[in-house]
Design a protein around this ligand. Structure first.
Ligand code: ATP
Length: 384
């Protein structure tokens, strides 16, 4: 919605946000001297979507966001907002709104004045300005705080004011860099769900940077996973969790992490390597070099009812039992290879056992070639 569209609206009808615009990165590279922060990155962000850039520290997330914002210029490649090429357009001309980790509020201005600040350069009547401030405060449930100063607010309230400053301007997109990382754990989870709701209500394209996979999973329409300046996979959270494109994505997503095993394959059989090999049952694609299995798919044989397990029951040394409240994590070892199981309940005799019989559940294997690329879906079907 444009500025003109809202100028005659009644107070409660003021609409903030808007569909936002698509953002396209084409062949982006960014070098800082000898360091290549981003290598040949291409990404299409859809209008109205919540896209999370996720990856380990130093993988190039912030640099990518800063290039979209116009705070860094790519060494190579082009950036588009909608149909407009903006690669070298000044940040203030891009009409984007950015929220950082730190709240960046003016300490000696009231919440109302803080919210009014981004509207300063816009040609609005006093009435329209007030209506927008009240609407943003209403959406973020901070109406009763409008006359307070930031020092009188809690961390969560301050962060909401910072978000208010972002949504009040009707930007073409929101850019957020770990905006919740300064909040304590409980407030972070709460603010996260509020943020998701707010973005859905406003429908504004959002690009969000985090290294926290749980945050990414709960917020994103789609996640782009980065490593070492390169995109590894882009997809819906469940899709990349269940069908990771490669070993990096498979190992990065999930807590505890996926178990990996080298496998040896002959025309007759395929088995997990180690001093005491375990045969695999069922088909596995020919060039498989490693398999991955998530801890929740390693089951105790005594609790397992599925006839089509991907291994026969095999014995593993039980190294550690860690109770988690609603589940147990077991550290296991077979033939010199350690792995983790996560089970919902634990029979008494297992608690004190030195070894247990386990199986890998059916439809649970991810298979990878020698380069670490995925060969199959988790369902065991050959990809493509
Ligand atoms: P984090 O989660 O730790 O913030 P990130 O994924 O956001 O990491 P970036 O901040 O984009 O990563 O940094 C990517 C790489 O580029 C890193 O090696 C970093 O040291 C380097 N880098 C980033 N900005 C600069 C700069 N201004 N000058 C030199 N090197 C930089």
């Amino acid at each position: 919605m444009s500025v003109e569209d809202t100028s005659h609206a009644e107070s409660t009808d003021v609409e903030l946000g808007g569909a936002g615009e698509s953002i396209r990165l084409e062949g982006i590279r960014k070098e800082f001297g000898d360091v290549t922060a981003v290598k040949d990155l291409s990404l299409d962000i859809r209008s109205g979507e919540f896209l999370v850039l996720l990856g380990p520290s130093g993988c190039g997330k912030t640099t990518t966001l800063r290039m979209i914002a116009g705070l860094e210029t790519p060494t190579e490649g082009d950036i588009y907002i909608g149909d407009e090429e903006v690669t070298r357009t000044l940040p203030q001309k891009r009409e984007l709104s950015m929220v950082f980790q730190s709240y960046a509020l003016y300490p000696h201005k009231t919440v109302r004045e803080n919210l009014a600040f981004p509207l300063k350069k816009m040609d609005l009547s006093d009435d329209e300005r007030s209506r927008r401030i009240e609407r943003a405060a209403e959406v973020l449930e901070i109406s009763e705080l409008l006359d307070k100063e930031p020092g009188q607010l809690s961390g969560g309230q301050r962060q909401r004011v910072a978000l208010g400053r972002t949504i009040i301007r009707e930007p073409r997109a929101f850019l957020m860099d770990e905006p919740l990382s300064n909040l304590d754990a409980k407030l972070r989870v709460h603010t996260r769900s509020e943020l998701r709701e707010l973005q859905q209500d406003l429908g504004t394209t959002t690009v969000y940077v985090t290294h926290d996979q749980e945050e990414a999973m709960s917020l994103a329409d789609r996640i782009a996973i980065l490593n070492d300046g390169e995109i590894q996979q882009v997809g819906a959270p469940e899709e990349i969790y269940q069908n990771p494109a490669n070993e990096f994505v498979a190992g990065f997503l999930g807590e505890p992490a996926m178990n990996f095993f080298d496998v040896a394959q002959t025309p007759e059989r395929i088995e997990l390597c180690g001093d005491d090999p375990v045969p695999l049952t069922g088909p596995v694609p020919a060039p498989t070099a490693r398999i991955g299995i998530r801890p929740e798919h390693v089951a105790l044989a005594s609790q397992h009812t599925d006839d089509e397990a991907r291994t026969p029951a095999f014995s593993a040394d039980l190294l550690v039992v860690e109770p988690l409240g609603n589940a147990y994590e077991l550290e296991l070892e077979r033939g010199g290879v350690q792995f983790t199981a996560r089970v919902r309940s634990l029979p008494d005799e297992v608690r004190t056992a030195d070894s247990v019989d386990v199986v890998f559940e059916a439809d649970s294997l991810n298979t990878f070639d020698a380069d670490g690329s995925a060969l199959t879906t988790a369902g065991g079907e050959t990809d493509g």
